[in-house]
Design a protein around this ligand. Structure first.
Ligand code: SAH
Length: 482
């Protein structure tokens, strides 16, 4: 996250230069580099060079730039929209800068940031779309690196798509504002017109866009039940990311990190709905009703749940309510907490010859008289992942030992799996009850039990059992299904 006080000393703007003169003073490499950069625009280049090197001369000839083959004088700058002092000679560059300022023209002096009114960006050019990267002179290498990355992300045909979009601007204005118009544009950029442009079929793209305009069905609401992953932003799937950027409304649980919610459009509605143990902002029935209401209003909704939406996320109830109400939905899987915790511990959830099955449980069903089936699986070697297990840690350990699982069975616990502040603990089933009374664990906790745990890497983990005086009840931050 950007600290609130991080301010830009140079603010990026796009300057209109079409048909305007841009003066570049210099004979060599620096002048050529600026001329090349500026020649990506439709400005008229005026190159002041009384002793231009061969490369610069070749560039001037090939680009049709104006060449003033004379010793620099202030008159060369008159009428220019921008000036570049690129002579490599400090005294001359200073003179050019002073002259430009006197004429009221913004000036850039190559490699002399202290003399610059503006800086030139590293540029990704997909005209009419431009992505300008500035580092305020701090890191030209960084800027080039970013440029390379962004360049690879954007197909070469991107500019043609943007140009086609510009030609449809007026037509799109005739669509009702809001959902309908937004959907036209997102279908335009992600649907048939974009695909046709990519394939080089300009006419086809045009008619596909006309088809989209003509579609006059009212926008249908749609809910995507999306897994936000265990916490780390980059464990989000690409599909989840795309849907988030398209969503009109984002309905999210408390365990979903703010950074992921923030990936949505700036104008998307953001609706937090709970749920943390002890502070349920909304009941499940209220959440179901909210989703139906948003869907009926024609919104595209992302219902974000931590981890995977189908694992202890009450997605079953939400899907049933949506089906009943006739609102369309889809499910986008996410990385569930057990997988993130296992990865953090380099823990093989299945291990050849040791464990070939896996149980996802909350342990909250161990309280009755009869042992649930999963406990039997644990005894026969399954790896057990316990969600929301902190407050029942003693119960889980006690009942499993009673049922015949060895107290020496390995246990791994991860708090804040996948996040920078994660903590890892290891011990045995006999140590597990201590989890309930640890005051120092305030984030969500995943417990993994079984012989396969012995295959984990304990290098970065602490012993699970704590000394008595450190113990105090703390279950407050545990996300819970209620
Ligand atoms: N649908 C989620 C689970 C929701 S239940 C999923 O698939 O992961 C909430 C429980 O998940 C928490 O009590 C905790 O046991 C576990 N959990 C969620 N995020 C976690 C994380 N980053 N680290 C450890 N456990 C986590």
């Amino acid at each position: 996250m950007q600290p609130a006080n991080a301010k830009l000393n140079a603010f990026p703007v796009f300057m209109r230069v079409d048909g305007e003169a841009v003066a570049i003073v210099g004979n060599g490499e620096e002048a050529l580099a600026k001329a090349r950069l500026l020649s990506q625009s439709s400005a008229v280049l005026r190159i002041v060079a009384d002793n231009a090197n061969a490369e610069l001369l070749a560039f001037i000839a090939a680009s049709g730039s104006v060449h003033l083959n004379a010793a620099y004088e202030v008159a060369h700058l008159r009428g220019a929209a921008l000036v570049f002092a690129a002579s490599g000679d400090e005294a001359l560059d200073r003179r050019v800068v002073d002259d430009a300022r006197r004429l009221g023209i913004a000036v850039n002096a190559v490699d002399r940031p202290e003399l610059c009114d503006f800086f030139t960006p590293a540029l990704v050019n997909r005209a009419p779309v431009a992505i300008a990267i500035g580092t305020e002179g701090a890191g030209p290498v960084l800027a080039q690196m970013l440029r390379g990355r962004i360049d690879r992300m954007l197909s070469p045909s991107f500019g043609r798509l943007a140009a086609l979009a510009a030609s449809f601007r007026a037509a799109a204005e005739t669509l009702p504002k809001g959902n309908r118009r937004r959907r036209f544009w997102s279908d335009f950029f992600a649907g048939a017109p974009a695909k046709a442009i990519e394939a080089g079929e300009l006419a086809e793209a045009h008619s596909a866009a006309l088809d989209l305009l003509a579609q006059n069905t009212p926008a249908e609401g749609y809910i995507a039940l999306v897994g936000a992953g265990p916490g780390a932003e980059d464990l989000l799937t690409l599909r989840a990311h795309r849907l988030l950027m398209e969503a009109d409304a984002i309905v999210y649980d408390a365990l979903v990190p703010e950074a992921i919610v923030a990936m949505g459009r700036r104008d998307a509605e953001r609706l937090p709905v709970g749920k943390r143990k002890g502070c349920h902002t909304k009941s499940q029935e209220e959440i179901n009703a909210l989703l139906i209401e948003l869907g009926r209003a024609g919104k595209r909704v992302v219902r974000l749940k931590s981890g995977d939406p189908l694992v202890f996320g009450r997605a079953g109830e939400e899907m049933a309510a949506l089906r009943e109400a006739g609102v369309g939905y889809e499910v986008v899987p996410g990385v569930t907490a057990a997988f993130a915790a296992a990865a953090d511990f380099e823990l093989p959830l299945t291990l050849r010859g040791v464990s070939s099955s896996m149980v996802f449980t909350t342990g909250h069903d161990l309280k009755g008289n009869s042992l649930p089936d999963w406990a039997k699986l644990a005894i026969s070697g399954a790896t057990v992942a316990v969600y929301m297990g902190r407050s029942v840690a003693a119960e889980v350990a006690g009942r499993l030992i009673e049922a015949g699982l060895s107290p020496d069975t390995a246990v791994a616990v991860v708090e804040n799996a996948s996040l920078g502040n994660r903590r890892r603990f290891h011990g045995t089933l006999a140590d597990l009850p201590s989890l309930e009374t640890r005051a120092d664990l305030t984030g969500p906790v995943m417990t993994i039990i079984g012989d396969a745990v012995a295959g984990a890497n304990f290098e970065h983990s602490e012993p699970l059992a704590t000394r008595k005086h450190e113990q105090a009840a703390s279950v407050a931050a545990e996300g819970v299904e209620k």
